[in-house]
Design a protein around this ligand. Structure first.
Ligand SMILES: [Zn+2]
Ligand SMILES: [Zn+2]
Length: 390
């Protein structure tokens, strides 16, 4: 098998990774650049966009920097991704009125998919996208493991993943996102839950939480803290669609302490199916944690006219870099002006050095090929006895 990293080697995001033999050619991820200006032109890959030159595309997870270009792929190329991952992005596409993709099959933990002379084996891993997979490609005696994006600090036990992986592989294509910050140690979701519990207990007013509707682990973290402090958990129509699609165990408006709400009357059809839905008047009398997005500022303002925001908090739960955007700055200062205290609560969706080192030791590769990183050299420092191909 040969590897061609079309994109994603010395940058974070935009992964496009080609694996091929004499008779089979597949792609692992086909993502957009994180910098949207770079996405105006499609990369020059005619066999992906103009004709079906690949036997299959395997998407490790639904983040745009891994899945975005799959939407633009030639319709005759078969697509594989996680089933719940697909349910989530199709719920998002449905809400936004976008066309969705049409996978031919779904990735399941350790279930082989054979394409020509390449066998792909998915391994369920933890990441800030739900239902993410590492992909092991085998052909003859050769094996290549691609990590996609992963972490050890989520709710899935990392040891279980490590024990299910092979103990010897030829090549490891490994993400190194957190290497931009040397010595970074990833806090766990469990520890975040304790911090959220403290914030929700100490501040008796309304709590708003600004976070990604697609980050299911974080939704669980915040829901658990809300439950422990006797607060109702409020999800808007978009988030409720996603949590419902993610599976029955994820907090959604079928839970007795979760309610759906809408910020725009035209979206009523998206909440009509839920048993538990609630309007602004009732919300203003509730003790709640409300999940919000920056686009909901006018809704938050109108709620402030119906209830006191005294001892209220807005919890910022994104990567800190987003705080520099003009729209975020404006949102946060408007929330402060409404009397909300701004608190930050976040941990990375990516593996820290310890976790990457543990993975490398477990699969014992002949060669490490860094991707999704701005500091590939760091692999040589954390795994000096291994060969790193930069
Ligand atoms: Zn990524
Ligand atoms: Zn990701």
């Amino acid at each position: 098998m040969k590897i061609n990293i079309i994109r994603g080697k010395n940058q974070i995001g935009g992964n496009i990774i080609e694996i091929f033999t004499k008779q089979t050619k597949i792609l692992l991820d086909a993502g957009l650049e994180l910098d949207d200006e770079k996405n105006e032109q499609l990369p020059h890959i005619p066999e992906l966009f103009e004709y079906a030159g690949y036997d299959a595309i395997f998407a490790t997870h639904y983040h745009g920097d891994h899945l975005g270009l799959v939407y633009k792929a030639h319709k005759d190329i078969p697509i594989y991704m996680g089933e719940r991952s697909y349910n989530i992005i199709s719920a998002s596409d449905n809400y936004n009125g976008h066309d969705t993709i049409n996978p031919i099959g779904f990735l399941r933990h350790k279930e082989e998919i054979i394409v020509g002379d390449i066998t792909v084996i998915p391994f369920l891993c933890d990441h800030s996208a739900f239902d993410s997979y590492m992909l092991l490609c085998k052909s003859g005696e050769e094996s290549i493991l691609y990590t996609g994006d992963f972490r050890s600090n989520g709710r899935k036990p990392f040891g279980m993943l490590l024990s299910s992986l092979p103990k010897k592989i030829n090549k490891l294509i490994c993400e190194g996102t957190t290497f931009s910050r040397e010595g970074y140690f990833a806090e766990t979701e469990k520890s975040l839950e304790e911090k959220a519990f403290k914030i929700f207990s100490e501040n008796k007013g309304p709590v708003f939480i600004l976070q990604s509707s697609m980050n299911i682990d974080r939704i669980v973290t915040v829901y658990r803290a809300a439950k422990r402090t006797g607060r109702i958990f409020l999800e808007d129509a978009y988030m409720a669609g996603i949590t419902t699609a993610a599976g029955e165990h994820i907090p959604n408006p079928n839970f007795k302490d979760v309610y759906a709400f809408i910020t725009n009357p035209s979206k009523y059809e998206f909440v009509s199916k839920y048993k538990r839905k609630v309007g602004k008047d009732k919300i203003s009398k509730m003790h709640f944690v409300m999940c919000v997005r920056t686009t909901m500022l006018s809704y938050i303002k109108s709620l402030s006219e119906k209830m006191s925001f005294e001892n209220g908090v807005l919890v910022y739960s994104f990567w800190s870099g987003y705080k520099n955007s003009e729209s975020m700055k404006e949102f946060l200062s408007e929330c402060e002006a409404l009397g909300l205290k701004i608190k930050t609560l976040h941990t990375s969706g990516h593996a820290d050095e310890n976790a990457i080192r543990m993975l490398i030791e477990t699969v014992n590769p002949d060669v490490i090929i860094p991707v999704h990183t701005e500091n590939a050299e760091r692999f040589k420092k954390i795994a000096p006895e291994f060969f790193v191909e930069i």
